[in-house]
Design a protein around this ligand. Structure first.
Ligand SMILES: Cc1ncc(COP(=O)(O)O)c(C=O)c1O
Length: 372
């Protein structure tokens, strides 16, 4: 009973700190919350096409990729993903979370060191916990702090882990200076492209491709749960990395492979982006620009970002929850990001802009934010 009591107390603590998490069904409202940046999850034409195409495929993959779970569809998707992201190879994972667990738990060994940006995603942190390598963080986007660590650990094999676009702040990593440092100190760079996949590059290839550094980055994690409007992920890199992960990545080896419906759907979304990606990105950019051009009155609260992710800082779990509730009452689907998900004092309303947001909706959102 001691354990039950402890669980109860820990939940009670969350309630007292106004950080208790509960599942809430989506009550509608104008979507400024989802990661469906390109409006693909709700694209009726594409949905119909995918429904028709997937009608004939089996329901489940029936096993791990190494047993019965691999298929021509999986193979074709990986080839398509590698081509699209301009990598030698790509390996499919059931989610970005398991992709991140896989690469960090499998590749760095005991005498290696992983240097990571202080604001990397929880899934990368969990990968660090599973890794036998040591790790150390550097201040967010601070290349000077990174260089100090590179100097300190220059005798070891070094991995540098960053995100291209940070999930909570929406800002961009200085990928080129970081790569330059990695080359100088012989470090391997791992870039989580969860929030740049689909929306950077000409057709959504990601920020590394947009910057022309894709061949020099050791591994890129592209997820399909955000701009792709689906689920799952690929790690893009060399054939050697792919073979290595197939042999050593436990989250891949000991889990049922992604179902054929999802695999075919993702494959068709790649085709859709080949055809429409450029236009979709342009339409999204117009909305981001409109938001930025009209946000002067809240600029002191706004975290600097040119991506679809815009954070409005309202310190404290109670004040941010109250502000969020008011916005929801006004018809906007927005969510508060509270501590401990972000640091105390950096609580915020996280706005996500999408292709399906009209300029009028964005204007109304900004008016509401201004009143708060
Ligand atoms: C930066 C980042 N990496 C990885 C993930 C995990 O991806 P997935 O949702 O596909 O598990 C997320 C999603 O929340 C994310 O924001």
């Amino acid at each position: 009973m001691q354990i039950i009591n402890r669980m109860y107390q820990l939940l009670q603590r969350r309630k007292n700190q106004k950080s208790f998490r509960a599942l809430k069904e989506n009550k509608g409202g104008i979507d400024f919350c989802s990661n469906d940046y390109l409006s693909i999850a709700r694209n009726t034409v594409l949905k119909k096409k995918i429904h028709q195409a997937t009608a004939a495929v089996d329901l489940g993959s029936t096993g791990s990729r190494l047993l019965s779970g691999h298929s021509t569809l999986h193979h074709q998707l990986e080839q398509k993903a590698a081509l699209f992201h301009q990598a030698e190879a790509a390996l499919l994972f059931n989610s970005g979370y398991t992709a991140n667990l896989s690469i960090l738990s499998a590749v760095p060994r005991k005498s290696d060191i992983i240097l990571f940006d202080a604001l990397i995603h929880a899934s990368l942190h969990d990968g660090l916990k599973l890794s036998v390598a040591q790790s150390e963080s550097f201040d967010h986007n601070n290349t000077k702090a990174l260089e100090e660590l590179l100097v300190k650990h220059h005798k070891k094999n070094i991995f540098v882990v960053v995100e291209s676009i940070y999930s909570m702040d929406g800002d961009e990593a200085p990928l080129i200076p970081i790569l330059k440092l990695c080359k100088q100190y012989n470090a391997l760079m791992i870039v989580d492209e969860a929030h740049s996949t689909g929306i950077y590059g000409i057709k959504g290839e990601g920020l590394c491709v947009a910057k022309g550094i894709e061949q020099e980055v050791f591994a890129r994690i592209h997820t399909f749960g955000k701009a792709f409007g689906m689920h799952a992920a690929v790690i893009a890199g060399s054939t050697l990395l792919k073979d290595y992960l197939i042999n050593y990545a436990r989250p891949l080896i000991y889990s049922t492979a992604l179902d054929p419906h999802s695999v075919l759907s993702i494959s068709m979304i790649y085709d859709h982006l080949q055809e429409n990606g450029e236009q979709f990105i342009e339409e999204l950019q117009e909305r981001i620009q409109y938001f930025l051009d009209n946000s002067c009155s809240i600029k002191d609260q706004l975290i600097v970002s040119e991506s679809p992710i815009q954070g409005i800082i309202i310190p404290g779990n109670e004040p941010v929850s109250r502000a969020c509730y008011q916005m929801q009452q006004a018809g906007f689907d927005v969510r508060a990001i509270r501590s401990p998900t972000v640091a105390a004092g950096k609580e915020r309303i996280r706005i996500c802009l999408h292709r399906h947001n009209s300029l009028e909706q964005i204007k109304a959102l900004l008016n509401c934010l201004q009143q708060l």
